[in-house]
Ligand binder design. Structure first.
Ligand SMILES: C[S@@+](CC[C@H](N)C(=O)[O-])C[C@H]1O[C@@H](n2cnc3c(N)ncnc32)[C@H](O)[C@@H]1O
Length: 253
């Protein structure tokens, strides 16, 4: 099963830093909404290279960041309060061995669609404090960017994991099915100018790319430069990035 996951691919991991980033103010906002404090410990599932764990670490005592991809973990950002571990979080026995209990917070950034219901139920029953928060996070180009739909269509044509369907990034039904209830969303938007090259690298950071060959990618690059030409000024695109989080707590047991 592991072999099927593109996050084990070097290209995806190498280009992951070209994903639209979470803004530091987003973590500040989330930390104040959740009233995080320096005595609390947290768990970050599907941690990747530590985007969420490192962003929230300053507001916590420590955070355990779990991921199963060696190429992602090998690029993880160091932080004195973040402890990384390699584990398939859908393997409950392994998760139980690695994850500390008593967490005030469990986060999943851009990975909730990978988690099985039984994993979420296990987190709820065994790893999270009764008053703890479960939070899913996402960062991406806002769909209102005038160039976005063209970009999305072209990029999707390179992906084999979509099978004509959209990924359920939010997966609210699944999270609620595991005994959580949605409290509120937290959203932060910001504007940046990005280079056209950035979009190409962001595409390469996507899991589920077909066996990319040079011809396929240069065809994509050409089509993208034609479609986006009206929006590119001096090699750059005006871009809105949206960071969002969904904050849940346990349904009382
Ligand atoms: C899109 S990245 C998210 C990285 C980071 N959390 C963020 O918000 O940018 C998804 C990560 O989930 C990890 N992942 C997917 N399924 C997993 C599983 N069953 N166990 C552990 N990690 C998993 C992948 O290796 C990848 O690093």
């Amino acid at each position: 099963m592991l072999e099927d996951i593109a996050f084990h691919d070097e290209t995806t991991a190498r280009n992951y830093r070209f994903r639209p980033p979470y803004h530091p103010n987003f973590f500040n906002l989330l930390a104040s909404e959740l009233k995080l404090g320096n005595s609390q410990v947290a768990l970050d599932l599907c941690a990747g290279t530590g985007e969420v764990a490192v962003g929230l670490a300053p507001y916590l005592s420590s955070i355990s960041a779990l991921d199963f991809s060696p190429p992602m973990l090998s690029r993880a950002k160091n932080h004195p309060k973040v402890r990384y571990a390699k584990v398939d979080v859908n393997e409950i026995a392994a998760l139980q061995r690695v994850a500390p209990k008593g967490n005030a917070l469990c986060t999943v950034g851009m990975g909730i669609h990978y988690l099985e219901l039984q994993t979420l139920k296990f987190v709820n029953a065994n790893l999270l404090n009764p008053s703890g928060y479960f939070v899913t996070l996402q960062s991406g180009f806002a769909s209102e960017n005038p160039w976005f739909s063209k970009y999305r269509t072209l990029r999707a044509s390179l992906r084999k994991d979509l099978k004509g369907q959209q990924i359920d990034w939010v997966s609210r039904e699944k999270v609620e099915g595991a005994g959580f209830t949605l409290l509120y969303p937290v959203v932060l938007e910001y504007h940046v100018q990005i280079k056209f090259e950035y979009l190409l690298r962001e595409t390469l950071s996507m899991s589920g790319l077909r066996e990319l060959n040079e011809d396929m990618f240069s065809e994509y690059k050409h089509a993208l430069s034609v479609e986006l030409a009206p929006y590119i000024k001096e090699g750059r695109l005006a871009t809105k990035i949206r960071n969002s989080a969904f904050v849940y707590r346990q349904v009382s047991r």
